[in-house]
Write a protein that binds this ligand. Structure first.
Ligand code: ZN
Length: 255
């Protein structure tokens, strides 16, 4: 083999090595592309599923459960007892007990809660000339600062006829969402004791509902003018039933 042949053979071998290397690189590149495309398809699918979830929530005007904040407003407190039963039970105390049941029930179900009071004190500024107005304004201010989704204001009712009883939900006349929620909640409360079912009512006279930016209802859990119902309202079992019915209605609306 002369030098020229040797040189040709070397060049030919180098050329073959180049071709083999080229194919190896091409195959590796194709494998990489396949892996990348499959990965992208997966991400796309996950992304699509997720966006459908979000869309589903938005269509109903709802947020995911873990992001839902409920403001619980135990009515009255301090120098304002609310209704007083014939045997001296104070509405402010019943309201607070039911509010605590509701707070525990909601937190167990994964909701965020904000309590407007946790002690026997209203929210009026000390020395305010109109204590009731000062109290209400401060409640509204906390509600609107809390970025809450729903307000549950807990109260007890009273009427001249002591046989009148049953829970009743009130909503702001101008709030469609309030009405929808009130209907669901009223149905749930009626199922505790169907014999004393009532209908929810709209009102334009509730300052707290009118001024709060979130959906809100006032729950008159029962009539303190009815001795039998007052006895129920002060029992832990019944308070828990009311709290569960309210939490169920929230879950139906904000799930
Ligand atoms: Zn009240």
């Amino acid at each position: 083999m002369n030098e020229k042949n040797k040189k040709n053979k070397r060049e030919s071998w180098s050329f073959r090595k180049g071709v083999i290397l080229f194919f190896v690189v091409m195959i590796l590149a194709m494998v990489s592309v396949i892996i990348f495309v499959r990965g992208s398809e997966k991400t796309e699918k996950t992304g699509k599923d997720f966006s459908e979830d979000i869309k589903g929530g938005n269509e109903k005007g709802q947020v995911k459960q873990s992001n839902t904040t409920v403001v619980i407003d135990p009515g009255h407190g301090g120098n304002d007892p609310g209704k007083v039963s014939s045997d001296g039970v104070l509405e402010k105390e019943v309201n607070l007990q039911i509010a605590f049941c509701l707070k525990a029930e909601l937190e167990e179900r994964g909701y965020n809660t904000v309590m407007l009071r946790e002690t026997d004190a209203n929210l009026a500024i000390e020395g305010a000339t109109n204590k009731k107005m000062s109290d209400m304004k401060n409640r509204v201010s906390i509600i609107n600062d809390s970025d809450a989704d729903i307000l549950i204001s807990v109260h007890q009712n009273s009427y001249s006829d002591p046989s009148v009883r049953g829970p009743q939900v009130f909503y702001d006349e101008a709030s469609k969402a309030g009405e929808e929620f009130a209907l669901i909640l009223q149905e749930g409360l009626n199922s505790i004791n169907p014999e004393y079912s009532r209908k929810c009512k709209s009102s334009q006279d509730y300052y707290i509902l009118e001024k709060s930016v979130c959906t809100g209802v006032i729950v008159e859990c029962g009539f303190m003018s009815c001795p039998e119902e007052t006895a129920l309202l002060t029992s832990v079992d019944y308070q828990q039933k009311i709290a569960s019915a309210i939490a169920d209605a929230i879950e139906k609306t904000y799930n």
